[in-house]
Write a protein that binds this ligand. Structure first.
Ligand code: GUN
Length: 279
């Protein structure tokens, strides 16, 4: 029987544990605080930001919302980040991506103090991850590792294949798998024979952003399949990067879309914020 990994359940357990931890911190006079910065009116970003603020509230974390017009000048955004960097009530700073075209994402992210970089996107955080040092880990990759752990799979010595090399998911999750002693292959749009690479995977991470791109018959029998994709089909359905119906018959364990990786991202953001408050 294939194990359909219930990301909602794993995320809720983490969120419940965090709520307990936050209530103890608050008793000791520490209220974890997250600043959430949204530029413009990208509908998907608005939904994500609303979910993040609601999750903070449920966990007892204070969220400080900053909604800025899409034409905000970069200097104004940087000076807001300066204020947040210096605000002792703010333990974590999240700037929702993507930013408007006229803003330079890397300059903006670089401006966040690494000790408040709960998204784990700052070059210092990514550099420390690469070196195996303690740092805030990007939330989606950290959530993926939690899901793998939740089903009792140890990546050590396994063939892990990551499809996608984004800075947000593909690259950081690759280093986390390597840190856990997996043998790693990173595939991308120029990979010559993707089905052959996928077929070798004991652990497959699909993070390419193309609906149903990875076919069920590419999956090795018994593989762990983590699908990071969130794609809308022409008939409005939300689907992953892996063709779920055919893949689930071959996989040993697989995440559904929705309800797999998605809920874990927010749980890990809360976890990083609580950690930041404890520093
Ligand atoms: N846009 C898509 N995913 C993320 C994320 O995890 N954090 C931020 N800040 N922006 C995103």
């Amino acid at each position: 029987m294939t194990n359909i990994i219930d990301g909602k359940k794993v995320a809720l357990k983490i969120r419940d544990e965090l709520a307990l931890e936050v209530s103890k911190l608050r008793e000791n006079g520490i209220t974890p605080g997250l600043a959430v910065v949204l530029v413009g009116t990208n509908p998907a970003s608005e939904v994500y930001v609303r979910m993040k603020k609601k999750a903070c509230q449920k966990a007892g974390i204070e969220s400080y919302s900053h909604e800025l017009p899409s034409n905000i000048q970069q200097d104004k955004l940087l000076s807001l980040i300066d204020n947040l960097n210096n605000d002792p009530k703010v333990h974590g700073i999240l700037v929702q991506l993507p930013l408007s075209k006229h803003l330079n994402e890397s300059i903006v992210i670089n401006h966040i103090l690494p000790e408040k970089d709960v998204d784990g996107f700052h070059p210092i955080s990514i550099g420390k991850l690469l070196l195996g040092e303690k740092c805030f880990r990007p939330c989606t990759p950290a959530g993926i590792m939690e899901l793998i752990d939740s089903i009792g799979i140890d990546p050590k010595g396994k063939q892990a294949v990551v499809v996608g090399r984004s800075n947000i998911v593909g690259k950081p999750v690759s280093f986390m798998l390597l840190e856990r002693h997996a043998t790693l292959t990173i595939c991308h749009s120029r990979t010559k024979d993707l089905p052959a690479e996928v077929k070798r995977a004991d652990i497959l991470i699909a993070a390419i952003g193309k609906a149903n791109f990875i076919k069920g018959d590419w999956i090795k029998e018994g593989a762990v399949v983590i699908d990071v994709g969130m794609n809308r089909t022409s008939d409005g359905k939300l689907v992953g990067d892996v063709e779920f119906e055919t893949a689930k018959d071959r996989a040993g364990a697989i995440t559904p879309v929705p309800g797999g990786v998605g809920p874990m991202t927010i749980a890990m953001l809360l976890k990083n914020t609580v950690e930041a408050a404890k520093i």
